[in-house]
Design a protein around this ligand. Structure first.
Ligand code: ADP
Length: 833
């Protein structure tokens, strides 16, 4: 049955969390906007005000930032006049503010800004940590004009009326959250709390994304379950006894708070009284006594019930309690009364355990853990000084949620200390957020920034196309001598080389009626070769071709060869391409200024390979456009986002200054990776970009590429992470030797990190490999950095592409252009967004 109750609690929790069903949920799962537990670095003076059943407690806490080991605490209790609880709201808040003024006067506090945390033990609808409307009063309070109002504002106005303008209410929380934070210590966070007193409630750190009523989407957020109302829709009717029904009917709120009425201390004495009444009526108890006294509400107090179940003194206590009511219990009566008390308290403990198990299982599942290890703060009259409730709670929780290991921590100092922690954590997070935003701000581009990039790209394109202006353009706009796109009827067998980044590939391509057939092999070219001499590089390429031809029995044939050579080239014909500069980490000597087809032929001669017939040299962008064009005739743009980035498109011949002829179109290899090399993008570059650029073998070159492509994004992220560590915003400022290593943070990590689920397990695993111990908050921040860098890359790429399509549209005098962009590159293909 307890498993069933746990299952129903889980269902009720999901209902409360979901935006769609929240309004009908009994277990309301209210977001608290508390997104972190203390990390020990919190420091400063804090004020706490706690509204309790019959008093107000004020507290002054000084945190030293020493792991919260030795906080200095002063407090004062003000008893509350009885009429305030049912009086005017204004009077209640005026009274609280007066307590604050008196307290501060008594300790001659300094006048600097004093943050205040307010413990307000009622259900509130938070929209921020410092903005919360009271949903409804409970616990005997019913002040007018408060329900539906923002409690923080009411308190702040009352405090201002006392001319305490330096006191700033920064956080409001209920007592459950206060308990969780009270039990939380640096390095040993408490992520669940359970309160069972006159009422009952629980809270836990949920995955923020699952708390649909709050806007936060990453990290955690504490949710107040409000589980006292569990069962108000009838879900508990099969476990309610006739005694529970009597207790409910006699209560001030029949039909409401059904779970609370089974477990909280306000009702347990009453349940026992109804059981005794029923048994006495059946003559099973108190034979010969006048049992009329048992009809009076509240004659059995929870304290008595707890003492009765105490084994050693219990029987004597039972006798004392019953005799005080004028009953004359026999030995057997005392024994039975003890059993009844035990049954009622045990049931309360097991039901709490079922609820707690539901929370733990939910946490374990949403964090995708096999095993959850967690601390649970408990504040309960039933728990303090009486072992039985705690023992049952612990053992039944283990039974119902065996995948979780919960350590119950009794709350020592009520909730006030926790409220100080909430306030301190909120201040720490706000300060950190501000600093993080400052670090990331230069990477966040506005729409206006992007429009400017688009306009600059357009300008550079025009410069690059012009015969005279070409020399001043950072975008080279190289003619490719490719004048048409395929129509799908092309046939034949071809040999293909693909050089231009991470891998060198040799392919055999057969274009037939039934489609395109390919065989290929990847050959690794070591850095010693890509950065050695040109002769060695091209010799190596020929060796690879010979190996491939041998493996595919092609040594006797001379197939037409297409060479995808993805570096900036001055093309003098389809089969003649002079290398202008190396990019993407290549620097083989003696090649720049040479025709790469010639270099290939010379190497073939050196290797006595006579069967090469190079027909075309193309850039990878052109290759991409053409292969996509084979299937889609509208494909007139090629885009690469891999190791580097580049684009090509079909331009009107009349606009191509470098080539004679006015008719038709020619594909232009933009070489847009170099966009900005003339300084036109300088204000977009951040310090991180400059650091990355300085460490490349082509510093100052390919500046646009270095903001966008796979070879650099990981590096940009690495430099940002180092800056955040330096500013103590990440990994608690601990030095990270591995993160100092160039290239250690790979661009593929960005993909993995950004696609990672709620639990951020990939992020943690990646960081762990780098010997970084990341908290959940660290992981969230690392993800934010990756997202910021990827977003900027994609946006800049889009700004460039926008310039291209706008130019094509205008060229053709169209109001609207429909065009397909063929895209290739592992970054584009693998990155989730
Ligand atoms: P190339 O552009 O050299 O022809 P690719 O298109 O395969 O080759 O791109 C290789 C680049 O893709 C590498 O620089 C690497 O940083 C990046 N990369 C590899 N895997 C991923 C991934 N999963 N997500 C994002 N980028 C990746």
């Amino acid at each position: 049955m307890l498993q069933v109750v746990k299952g129903r609690m889980l269902q009720a929790m999901h209902k409360g969390l979901s935006r769609q069903t929240h309004a009908q949920a009994n277990v309301r799962m209210l977001p608290t906007y508390i997104c972190s537990t203390p990390d020990g670095t919190e420091k400063g003076d804090l004020l706490v005000v706690e509204l309790c059943q019959s008093h107000v407690r004020t507290m002054w806490v000084t945190l030293l930032g020493d792991g919260n080991q030795s906080p200095q605490v002063m407090y004062k209790i003000f008893s509350m006049p009885g009429d305030i609880m049912q009086g005017k709201g204004e009077a209640l808040f005026d009274f609280i503010a007066q307590c604050v003024r008196q307290f501060l006067a008594g300790i001659s506090s300094p006048q600097h800004r004093l943050p205040l945390g307010f413990v307000f033990p009622f259900s509130c609808r938070h929209t921020r940590l410092d903005k919360a409307e009271l949903i409804s009063w409970s616990k005997g309070f019913s002040c007018s004009d408060v329900e539906g109002k923002d409690i923080v504002q009411l308190l702040q106005s009352a405090i201002n009326k006392q001319e305490l303008y330096h006191v700033d209410v920064v956080a409001l929380m209920n007592d459950t959250v206060g308990t969780m934070m009270t039990c939380s210590m640096a390095g040993k966070p408490c992520e669940v709390a359970l309160v069972v007193g006159t009422g009952t409630n629980s809270c836990f750190m949920a995955m923020a994304q699952q708390v649909e009523m709050a806007e936060e989407t990453s990290g955690q957020m504490c949710v107040s379950t409000e589980w006292g109302c569990f069962g108000d829709d009838g879900t508990l009717s099969d476990i309610l006894t006739p005694y529970d029904q009597c207790v409910d009917e006699e209560s001030s709120n029949p039909g409401e708070k059904r779970f609370e009425k089974l477990v909280s201390s306000l009702y347990l004495g009453e349940i026992v009284r109804h059981v005794l009444t029923a048994l006495a009526a059946e003559k099973a108890l108190f034979i010969g006594s006048n049992v009329a006294v048992l009809r009076t509400k509240g004659v059995l107090k929870i304290q008595q019930v707890l003492e009765i179940i105490d084994n050693e003194e219990g029987m004597a206590e039972a006798r004392r309690a019953l005799e005080a009511l004028g009953l004359r219990p026999s030995e057997r009566d005392c024994c039975r009364v003890q059993q009844i008390c035990q049954a009622v308290v045990s049931r309360a403990a097991t039901l709490c355990a079922a609820g707690l198990a539901a929370i733990l299982s939910h946490m374990c599942q949403s964090q995708e853990l096999k095993r959850l290890v967690v601390n649970v703060g408990v504040d309960s009259e039933l728990y303090r000084g009486h072992t039985r409730f705690g023992e049952i709670l612990q053992s039944v929780t283990e039974l119902l949620a065996p995948e979780c290991m919960a350590t119950l921590l009794p709350s020592i100092d009520g909730t006030g200390w926790g409220a100080a922690m909430v306030t301190a954590v909120a201040l720490r997070l706000a300060a950190q957020r501000h600093e993080v935003d400052q670090v990331l701000a230069p990477l966040r581009l506005s729409r206006a920034d992007l429009q400017r990039v688009q306009a600059l790209m357009r300008q550079e394109m025009e410069l690059g196309l012009g015969w005279e202006s070409n020399a001043n353009a950072s975008v080279r706009m190289l003619p490719t001598y490719v004048c048409g796109t395929p129509n799908g009827t092309e046939r034949g067998e071809f040999l293909v080389l693909d050089l231009g980044g991470t891998n060198f590939r040799v392919l055999l391509v057969r274009m037939a009626k039934d489609g395109i057939h390919m065989a290929s092999k990847i050959y690794v070219i070591p850095t010693t070769i890509t950065q050695g001499t040109g002769e060695v590089l091209f010799d190596h390429i020929i060796e690879c071709i010979m190996d491939f031809q041998l493996k595919h029995n092609l040594t006797e044939q001379v197939l037409p060869l297409g060479f995808t050579f993805s570096f900036p080239c001055q093309q003098l014909g389809l089969d003649k391409a002079v290398l202008l500069s190396w990019t993407k980490g290549f620097s083989a000597s003696g090649c720049v200024g040479q025709d790469v087809v010639q270099l290939l032929q010379e190497a073939a001669q050196r290797k006595q390979h006579l069967g090469l017939k190079v027909v075309a040299v193309v850039n990878d962008t052109v290759g991409t456009m053409m292969s996509c064009g084979y299937d889609d005739p509208k494909c007139e743009i090629g885009l690469i986002v891999g190791t580097g980035t580049n684009a090509c498109y079909m331009e009107e011949m009349q606009n191509v200054g470098a080539v004679e002829g006015e008719q038709g179109r020619m594909c232009i290899n933009m070489e847009w990776g170099a966009f900005g090399d003339n300084g036109c993008l300088d204000d977009i570059f951040t310090d991180f970009d400059r650091l990355v650029d300085e460490k490349t073998i082509n510093a100052g070159k390919q500046r646009f590429e270095k903001l966008i492509s796979g070879m650099y994004l990981g590096e940009i992220v690495r430099h940002i992470l180092l800056a955040l560590v330096e500013k103590q915003l990440l990994f608690r400022g601990k030095p990270c030797p591995k993160l100092q290593i160039k290239g250690i943070f790979q661009t593929k990590f960005l993909s993995a990190i950004e696609i990672d689920g709620l639990a951020l397990r990939q992020v943690r695993a990646i960081l762990q490999d780098l010997e970084l111990q990341a908290s959940l908050e660290d992981s969230v921040l690392v993800r934010e950095v990756c997202q910021t860098v990827s977003l900027r890359a994609a946006q800049l790429c889009a700004a460039g592409l926008a310039a291209v399509v706008e130019k094509m549209r205008e060229n053709r005098g169209l109001a609207q252009l429909a065009v397909t962009v063929g895209v290739d590159g592992t970054l584009y293909k693998m990155h989730p967004w």
